[in-house]
Design a protein around this ligand. Structure first.
Ligand SMILES: [Zn+2]
Length: 113
């Protein structure tokens, strides 16, 4: 079998069956590093302009424009300071409880690695 070309958005990882699987990568709105999508918190902007956090890995994804942030306080702060609004094309001020909601997600994700 020929090796597949590696797309820029993915990295190879050992899957559950020990076969190499492609993992989609997303850029953190805080530190700008790329990480596997499943390790990041997804923030989506709904059609109504509401910001929703997606459930970690698995679960149904909200539709709409999304941005990602590492499950780390520093990244969350950086993302809230600018990157997140830009990535979501969000105008106006971010909801006041967004920081708290993001930080609440950290424990669910940080053990993934
Ligand atoms: Zn980050």
């Amino acid at each position: 079998m020929r090796p597949l070309p590696k797309p820029a958005w993915a990295e190879m990882e050992r899957g559950a069956t020990n076969r190499l699987v492609r993992v989609p990568l997303r850029t953190c709105a805080g530190c700008r590093r790329q990480r596997p999508q499943a390790e990041l918190i997804r923030v989506a902007r709904s059609g109504a302009g509401e910001l929703v956090l997606d459930p970690p890995a698995g679960g149904a994804r909200s539709s709409g424009r999304g941005a990602y942030v590492c499950p780390a306080e520093r990244c969350i702060e950086q993302a809230l300071a600018g990157g997140l609004k830009k990535m979501l094309r969000y105008e106006g001020s971010l909801p006041g409880d967004l920081r708290k909601r993001l930080i609440e997600r950290i424990p669910a994700l940080e053990g993934l690695r």
